[in-house]
Design a protein around this ligand. Structure first.
Ligand code: 16G
Length: 239
């Protein structure tokens, strides 16, 4: 095992321990034990403690006050920290029952824009999936997804169930993503599918998602109805 992976393993254990302490005995804005105390409790170096706290701060679970220490975040802020979710998870957390109408599942040659994002050579095979996603039976989003052919051949995709669930089962669990959000107006086809008037405003989120090894696994363009969907995120001056 390399030194880097050993360190990662340790800080994850410390982060899990601190998470459990917070859940059991600390409330919003309570101070965490000092760095030195955490080093003693977990018998680890200062670097490992700092890595564990940085991880928890990324999750929004704790925040640092310069020169003072680390404190437990408020649940409100924590709940709004953006999470990488699938449509299924996102809808369930908003209290809707998710479902899908499959529009297209095909094998296509990657055009340049898709190839660049997925780290493929233009012309390489990928799987294209278009689905109308519904919440409580009403149209919510229109997804166009591209996956490298080797990750999920079209014949093996069950379009009615969660894509992210199937990627996890195949060893390509989505771990992180880069997203760009912008406004669009809906053309005739997309407004018809989303059941809103032609030219309605909508929110497009473009996502390139990678697995734990950092390999791009998905390029997706998801268009959400502007009248039904909003995207919340917590922002902070902490670096
Ligand atoms: C969301 C994702 C999309 C992903 C899909 C998987 C955004 C902006 N897009 O629509 O990238 O392919 O979920 O959902 O969140 P599933 O696992 O429910 O099929």
């Amino acid at each position: 095992m390399s030194t880097a992976s050993k360190t990662r393993h340790k800080y994850e254990i410390v982060a899990a321990g601190i998470r459990a302490t917070i859940a059991d005995s600390l409330g919003p804005n309570d101070a965490l034990p000092s760095e030195r105390e955490l080093m003693e409790i977990y018998n680890v170096s200062r670097m490992t403690v700092r890595a564990a706290i940085a991880r928890l701060a990324d999750e929004g679970l704790v925040y640092n006050v310069h020169g003072s220490g680390t404190y437990v975040g408020s649940p409100d802020l924590f709940a709004k920290a953006p999470k990488l979710t699938s449509f299924t998870e996102d809808m369930v957390s908003r209290g809707y029952a998710p479902s899908s109408r499959v529009l297209e599942v095909s094998r296509v040659a990657a055009v340049a824009a898709v190839a660049t994002r997925l780290g493929l050579t233009p012309g390489e095979e990928c799987t294209k999936i278009r689905r109308l996603r519904l919440a409580d039976g009403n149209p919510m989003a229109l997804e166009t997804v591209y996956l490298p052919g080797g990750v999920l051949p079209m014949e093996e995709f069950d379009a009615k169930s969660s894509l992210y669930g199937q990627l996890t089962d195949r060893g390509y669990e989505i771990h992180r993503a880069e997203q760009e959000i912008h406004a669009v107006t809906l053309d005739e086809e997309s407004s018809g599918l989303l059941a809103v008037p032609l030219g309605s405003a909508a929110l497009e989120i473009d996502r390139v998602a990678a697995d734990r090894r950092g390999h791009p696994v998905e390029y997706a363009r998801t268009i959400y109805r502007g009248d039904r969907y909003s995207f919340q995120m917590a922002v902070s001056r902490e670096s």
